[in-house]
Design a protein around this ligand. Structure first.
Ligand code: GLY
Ligand code: MN
Ligand code: MN
Length: 443
C-alpha cells in the first residue's frame, strides 16, 4: 500500500468529494443536515444471541469504521462533519478503541459512553435532517426517513470511485489474491472444502464475518452450484476441479475474486478453463468509458457460446445458441456488477442521479448492472460455464435437446463448472484490473 501520508492525502480528497455530493443531495431533498447512524446490533428471535454486526454502508462511505455500532455521523454543508463516536464502558465485550487514524483530523469528534447520549449531539430539529439508516436505528425523534431524492443522488454518485476508494479496493484485492494463492495450494494438497476455507481465512487474516460475502469453495460437481456455501468437512476421494469465489475486505471496501483450477494440467477441463480465462480477459478489456455494460453481458454470451462450440459441447453455432437460449443454460447469471463498499454495489440500474431505471435486456433477469461505463466505475467481470442438471433438463423440455452434445456434457459434468472473476476499474484510458495486478505482484 502507499505510504500513510499518501492515504491521508487521498482521504482528504475523498472527504471533499463526499462534502460536495452531500451538499447537492441535501439541496435536492430540501434538508440541512445529513445524519447517518452506523447501525445497531440485531438479535436472533427468542434469543440473546446477536447476528454479526453489519455497518450501514452510508456510514462507512465516510470513515473506515466497520465495528462501531451506535455511532453517528452528521454532515452539514459549510461545516466540519461531526462524528458522534460510541465507546461504551463495558467489561463484557471488547470496546472500540479511541478514535485514531487519518480520518480523525477531518471531524469534530464527540465520544459518548451510551447510545442514548448521541441524541444531545444531533442537530436540534430532526425535520431538517436526511437520516439514512435502518428502521430500528430510531433514537428519540431521530427516525431514519431515508429521503429518496437524497439516497438516489448519493448512491448514483457512489458508482464513481474516488482515488481513495480505488486504493482501498486495491488493498482488499492484495489480501484476496494472497489468500487465493494459499487456497489453490491447499486444493492441490488434497484438502477438503472446509479445510481450504480455513486456509483462505488464515491467509487473509479475516474471519468469515470480516469477509465481504460468504466464501464459495467448491470441489468437483459442487462447482455447478452457483452459490455453493456448504463446504464438506472431508475431502472427496478425487479432487478433480476447484472453483473458489472468495473476497476480502479493507477499511469497508470489498474485492470479489473467482478462480477455477483443474488438477490435471494436461486435461480437457484445464483447456476449457484456459478458454474461459482468455475470453474473460478480452471482456475485461471492454471496460471502457462509454461502453454499455448490457452490451458487455450480451457479447459475453456470444463469446462463451463460441467456446461451447469449439469444445463440441453444443451442436449449433454460437449465434444460434445465443438466440435460442442454449447459451443461457450454461451461463445462467449476469456478467457482473458494480463493486465497492458493498460487494454488489448499489444503483446498478439507476438511470440518473434523480432516479429512474435502466431495464435489463429481455431474457436476462440476473444482470445486476445496466449502466453505461464511465471513468471511476468499478465492476466485476465474471463469465462462467457450468454443467447444471436442472437447466440442461429444461433445454430438453423446450425441445432444444438436439442442440447439446450430451456425451460431451457427461464428460465435463464431474468438474462442475468454471467461473473467472476480476474486479476492474474503468478509467479514461486502459482499464485497471485490480485482481490481475495483485496476482501478478505475487509472482
Ligand atoms: N461472490 C458473489 C458474486 O460474485 O457476485
Ligand atoms: Mn461477483
Ligand atoms: Mn464472486
Amino acid at each position: 500500500m502507499s505510504p500513510k501520508s499518501d492515504i491521508a492525502a487521498l482521504y482528504a480528497q475523498h472527504q471533499d468529494i463526499l462534502q460536495q455530493r452531500t451538499a447537492e443531495a441535501l439541496q435536492r431533498g430540501g434538508f440541512e443536515h445529513l445524519v447517518v447512524p452506523s447501525g445497531t446490533l440485531h438479535y436472533q428471535v427468542f434469543d440473546d444471541r446477536d447476528y454479526p454486526y453489519a455497518v450501514n454502508p452510508q456510514f462507512k462511505a465516510w470513515v473506515p469504521l466497520t465495528r462501531n455500532p451506535g455511532s453517528w455521523l452528521v454532515a452539514t454543508p459549510g461545516q466540519r462533519p461531526k462524528m458522534i463516536y460510541l465507546q461504551p464502558f463495558d467489561y463484557w465485550h471488547a470496546v472500540p478503541e479511541a478514535p485514531n487514524g487519518y480520518w480523525t483530523e477531518h471531524f469534530d469528534i464527540v465520544v459518548i459512553r451510551t447510545p442514548e447520549e448521541a441524541q444531545q449531539h444531533l442537530p436540534r430539529d430532526p425535520a431538517r435532517c436526511a437520516i439514512l439508516g435502518e428502521p430500528q436505528g430510531t433514537l428519540g425523534a431521530f427516525a431514519p426517513n431515508n429521503p429518496p431524492a437524497v439516497i438516489a443522488y448519493l448512491e448514483y454518485q457512489r458508482a464513481y470511485k474516488t482515488a481513495y476508494e480505488v486504493a482501498m479496493m486495491r488493498e482488499a484485492s492484495r489480501i484476496g489474491a494472497r489468500a487465493h494463492r494459499a487456497a489453490e495450494r491447499a486444493f492441490r494438497a488434497g484438502a477438503s472444502e472446509f479445510g481450504i476455507h480455513l486456509v483462505y481465512c488464515q491467509a487473509a487474516l479475516q474471519d468469515a464475518n470480516d469477509l465481504p460475502y460468504n466464501n464459495i469453495v467448491a470441489l468437483n460437481e459442487h462447482g455447478a452450484v452457483l452459490h455453493y456455501t456448504d463446504r464438506d468437512r472431508l475431502p472427496p476421494k478425487d479432487s478433480r476441479s476447484f472453483l473458489i469465489d472468495a473476497g476480502a475486505s479493507f477499511h469497508g471496501y470489498a474485492c470479489d475474486i473467482t478462480r477455477t483450477y483443474a488438477r490435471d494440467a494436461a486435461g480437457e477441463f484445464q483447456a476449457l478453463v484456459d478458454a474461459v480465462d482468455g475470453a474473460q480477459q478480452a471482456m475485461c478489456a471492454q471496460v471502457r468509458a462509454g461502453f454499455d455494460y448490457r452490451q458487455l453481458h450480451l457479447d459475453a454470451h456470444l463469446a462463451l457460446a463460441r467456446i461451447l462450440n469449439d469444445f463440441r459441447l453444443i451442436n449449433v453455432s454460437a449465434e444460434v445458441a445465443v438466440e435460442t437460449g442454449v447459451s443461457g443454460a450454461f451461463f445462467p447469471h449476469g456478467i457482473g456488477h458494480g463493486i465497492g463498499l458493498q460487494v454488489h454495489d448499489v444503483a446498478g440500474f439507476a438511470q440518473s442521479d434523480r432516479g429512474g431505471t435502466i431495464p435489463k435486456p429481455p431474457g436476462h433477469p440476473y444482470l445486476r448492472l445496466t449502466r453505461t461505463l464511465e471513468a471511476g466505475m468499478a465492476v466485476t467481470i465474471e463469465p462462467g460455464l457450468y454443467f447444471i442438471d436442472m437447466l440442461l433438463e429444461e433445454l430438453k423440455d423446450k425441445g432444444l435437446g438436439p442442440s447439446v452434445n450430451w456425451e460431451r456434457v457427461a464428460a465435463f459434468k464431474p468438474f462442475g463448472g468454471i467461473r473467472i472473476e476480476d474486479d476492474v476499474v474503468c478509467t479514461d484510458g486502459d482499464p485497471l484490473n485490480l485482481t490481475r495486478e495483485q496476482f501478478a505482484a505475487l509472482g
